[in-house]
Design a protein around this ligand. Structure first.
Ligand code: NAP
Length: 249
């Protein structure tokens, strides 16, 4: 059976690095993106240049209709997914909770939480042995910001931290729920990684500022997280596991 990986938000950052690494592991790769088609196509071209197979598929993971179309497109062009990486995620401008609009909080939860639920639901229908599948794996991209014992994103994005806390609980629960269907569910919790997400949240210098507090003495790169995602994808007796990849913070 072909190994088919769908990476949500595969066009840039951690998702793009994961797509490229997955192709080297022999996966056919679906590179999902929301708006940056050029970036997604560049990932596809790089995979094809190396002899791999990939497609770019536009879909906003927060839209149920678009998620349905995303999975249908992967079915048609690559075959049913055997690995899902719930990677697409957003941050927002630094803000205290007292100043947050319902629209902002809703968007954060819809993209970062509802999206992964919808994608997992569609993946289970294809992977689950009770649904005629042969098993598979889901890797959720959480964040060190999910740690309620840490600062929870205080003063900047408690909404984001809470959305990732939900992803941790989702991972725990879903792993138990679908284990008998031979679907493994794991999560990676990145520390501060050098991607464009920080600029999109109005903090472009966040990685550089954090560098001195990282025990390994450098800022994390997308490939550092891709490596952990591929480990959790391939580790066949590992489910309900969390991997903190943060340079030792
Ligand atoms: P990034 O560089 O900003 O890339 C985000 C990716 O997600 C892009 O491919 C973007 O697509 C896609 N995306 C955004 N909203 C989407 C939506 N509604 N539907 C589909 N795709 C969507 O982000 P990143 O830093 O790689 O982050 C990836 C994941 O890691 C996120 O879940 C983030 O919370 C988590 N994380 C990141 C860090 C870090 O320091 N970077 C730390 C901890 C956790 P377009 O290209 O089309 O815009």
């Amino acid at each position: 059976m072909d190994k088919v990986m769908l990476v949500t938000g595969g066009s840039r950052g951690i998702g793009a690095a994961t797509c490229l690494m997955a192709a080297k592991y022999g996966y056919k790769v679906a590179v999902n993106f929301r708006s940056n088609r050029e970036a997604a196509e560049a990932v596809v071209t790089a995979i094809e240049k190396d002899g791999g197979r990939a497609i770019a598929v536009r879909a906003d993971v927060s839209s149920e209709d678009e998620v349905m179309r995303l999975f249908a497109s992967v079915d048609e062009h690559l075959g049913p997914v055997t690995a899902l990486v719930n990677n697409a995620g957003i941050v927002d401008q630094p803000s205290k909770v007292v100043d947050m609009s319902a629209e902002r909080i809703g968007r954060m939860m819809t993209v970062n939480v509802v999206g992964p639920f919808l994608c997992a639901r569609e993946a289970i229908k294809r992977m689950g042995t009770e649904h005629g599948g042969q098993g598979g794996v889901i890797v959720n991209v959480s964040s060190g910001a999910s740690n309620a014992a840490g600062n929870g994103g205080a003063n900047t994005y408690v909404d984001y931290g809470a959305s990732k806390g939900a992803i941790d609980t989702f991972t725990e629960g879903l792993a138990r729920e679908v284990a008998s269907e031979q679907i493994r569910v794991n999560a990676v919790r990145p520390g501060i990684i050098d991607t464009e997400i920080h600029a999109s949240g109005g903090q472009p210098d966040k990685p550089e500022k954090a560098k001195s507090k990282i025990p390994l003495g450098r800022i994390g790169q997308p490939e550092d997280i891709a490596e952990a995602i591929m480990y959790l994808t391939e580790a066949r007796f590992t489910t309900g596991a969390f991997l903190d990849v943060d340079g030792g913070v």
